[in-house]
Design a protein around this ligand. Sequence first.
Ligand SMILES: C[S@@+](CC[C@H](N)C(=O)[O-])C[C@H]1O[C@@H](n2cnc3c(N)ncnc32)[C@H](O)[C@@H]1O
Length: 231
Amino acid sequence: MFSLEAGAIAITLALSIGFPTAQARTDANAESLPREMRMAARIAPQDTQGVLRPENANEARLNRLQPPDQVMDAIGIQPGMIGAEIGAGRGRYVVQLAVRVGESGKVYAEDIDAAALRHLDQRCERWGLTNVETILGDVTDPKLPEGELDFIFIISAYHHFADPIALLRNARPSLKPDGKLAIAEWLRSTSPEEMEAQMSAAGYKLERTETFLEANNLYIYVFRIGDAQRD
Ligand SMILES: C[S@@+](CC[C@H](N)C(=O)[O-])C[C@H]1O[C@@H](n2cnc3c(N)ncnc32)[C@H](O)[C@@H]1O
């Protein structure tokens, strides 16, 4: 039987290990608990891996083309960082970023699609991700907090922006002086020349271009704040 006492222990356990970075350490504990307790605490063994698992076939396909760990390594996403994804959608990459930055970091997930952000809020709640804050932006204003961000990340979204120059110009004040803007974009959608020119107009300077996913038709552009804006 699933006793009240067992339930209390399970819930306490769930609260104390709700964050996925802690979950790897608790896999063994979770597996040794009775099934009822695991269900009550929402720490079923499959759940501990599930936070990073694609939600559907399209997410799985995109993650094969844009492997999250490789992409985050290339950009330099580290534990403790505070960042934002603009055009975060239903959070395919937000969950990756949130687990990578960990409990001491934070990810702002911005989009103009309220329904997508509601889905993402539920996704975070389901997996106990407490370091994600969703932000409903405008078409040309992401409404991110000022001066707080180590990085702004954009993936599979740049070519959807109606006015990327205005949007990214309005995002610039949210970066710390040494913060980075990283854009992963399909080559077929935006050429490297267009990307550099547009982001230059928005006040950024291209630092480097990562081409290791060229076979998948993807470049990753890493920008810093343009010199005039750093002074
Ligand atoms: C193809 S989805 C990509 C979502 C997510 N980045 C991913 O890779 O799974 C493109 C997203 O860009 C968002 N978007 C379009 N225009 C935008 C804008 N001006 N500002 C913020 N998000 C925008 C859309 O609402 C959509 O969620």
